[in-house]
Design a protein around this ligand. Structure first.
Ligand code: RIB
Length: 354
């Protein structure tokens, strides 16, 4: 019969296990590790033999925490499975490494309660700062509490409404407009928009840009735009949105273009469209957002709104570390980068290169 422990790594020996085997107190084990000259040699040898037998490895972070030398930054992103955030995390890591900080990475999955739990865990681990891509407007309250407790905080991929809270973001309103301006310029007059819940700031801002571009082109959103809200901003959500789009009955002019809220979503939408025999871009032009590494490598290279992902992460980490080193001289900043459109075959058949 399978036991509950099969398939799981054996529990790592603790300092209590070592003390029990050597028949000494935990304090004596700690002395052997940190102040061996304070321990009689016979006792020291017994403890070292127990450490060897149990293959005990002491918790470096606990030791460094006690010595006050561990420097780490907690980061809560929306979804680290999204290649956009993976690239942002690499930017963060490259900046932290310059000052020998470590990185603790987590995903909120756009859930405020999960975000709050990770922030609590980071605080318990004694991080020196946190960077958060807010999962909702409510995040700000949580972050202000964290900051009041003396943990430096920077908003990532979000704009801060407060002077006393630094942030780094990209102009997503402009990004949404770039996507639709391009599709209108390509002659599309009825466009589907696969977007996430408007409680997510990026989704709301991109939609604002979409509406502004349609208005600037003299197109009525009620006619020109078909919005589909998808539950998750990943390939599964994109496939679901495309399947719903294809199963809609005809309700006016044909939809000839689809703007997806990010490349991760576009990946799933492209797969569902191709599976249904839709030719890209002949039957349906597709535009994504982020310009992640896979965008040019797809079977039909994806047109996308590029975000400066590595710079986003690197700059946010730099603000946080400067806040720590400059102290009262530090001036909070709200930095906003601009997106750019990268046109590829998925929306313009004349562009062949990936
Ligand atoms: O998490 C949703 C999106 O917001 C990401 O794909 C990226 O575009 C971020 O800005």
């Amino acid at each position: 019969m399978a036991t509950g422990t099969q398939g799981r790594a054996p529990r790592r020996a603790s300092v209590v296990d070592v003390a029990r085997l050597a028949q000494v107190s935990v304090g004596t084990v700690s002395n052997v590790l940190n102040r061996p000259d304070h321990v009689a040699s016979a006792t020291r040898d017994r403890v070292l033999a127990a450490i060897e037998e149990l293959q005990f490895v002491r918790n470096a972070s606990a030791r460094q925490l006690r010595a006050g030398t561990l420097q780490s930054i907690g980061v809560v992103l929306l979804d680290i499975a999204n290649p956009f955030f993976t690239a942002v995390a690499r930017g963060i890591e490259d900046r932290l490494a310059l000052d020998e900080y470590t990185l603790m990475l987590s995903s909120s999955d756009e859930k405020p309660e999960r975000e709050a739990r990770y922030l609590r865990l980071f605080e318990e681990h004694g991080v020196q700062g946190v960077m958060v891509t807010p999962s909702s407007a409510a995040s700000l309250e949580t972050l202000l509490v964290v900051r009041e407790r003396g943990i430096d905080t920077v908003l990532l991929d979000a704009t801060s409404p407060l002077d006393g809270l630094s942030s780094v973001a990209v102009d997503d309103v402009r990004g949404g407009a770039l996507a639709v301006e391009h599709l209108v310029a390509m002659g599309h007059t009825r466009i589907a928009f696969l977007n996430g819940p408007l409680g997510i700031r990026q989704c709301a801002d991109r939609r604002e840009g979409v509406l502004a571009a349609l208005a600037a082109a003299g197109l009525d959103p009620g006619e020109a735009l078909v919005e589909l809200t998808i539950p998750t901003l990943n390939a599964e959500g994109g496939a679901l949105g495309a399947e719903r789009l294809m199963s809609r009955g005809s309700d006016g002019a044909p939809i000839t273009a689809t703007f997806c809220v990010n490349d991760f979503t576009a990946l799933g939408a492209l797969r569902a469209l191709r599976r249904a025999g839709v030719s890209i871009p002949r039957d349906m032009a597709v535009v994504g957002y982020d310009d992640v590494d896979f965008a040019p490598a797809l079977m039909v290279p994806l047109t996308s709104v590029r975000q400066p992902t590595h710079k986003l992460g690197f700059t946010a980490a730099d603000l946080l570390l400067r806040h720590r080193t400059e102290g009262s001289d530090y001036v909070h900043q709200q930095i906003q980068f601009q997106p750019e459109l990268v046109v590829r075959t998925s929306s313009d058949p004349s562009v062949v290169a990936g």
